[in-house]
Design a binder for this molecule. Structure first.
Ligand SMILES: [Zn+2]
Length: 62
């Protein structure tokens, strides 16, 4: 087991390492150091990708 396992940014398509945990404690952020990579943006990006990969998925549903 390695303790140096690097956590990856969970932003869709991003393969940068997540920022390290704060030295004073607290959970490690799930995103890299890019400003636009945050929970809200990741959520929006995932929805955009889902819409692209599944066009008109609910077409017959009214
Ligand atoms: Zn990222």
């Amino acid at each position: 087991m390695s303790e140096t396992e690097t956590k990856r940014c969970i932003y869709p398509g991003c393969e940068r390492p997540a920022v390290p945990p704060h030295p004073l404690g607290g959970p490690q952020p799930a995103f890299c150091d890019l400003e636009e990579h945050n929970a809200l943006r990741a959520h929006q990006e995932r929805q955009r990708i889902a819409n692209e990969s599944a066009p008109a998925a609910s077409a017959g549903e009214r």
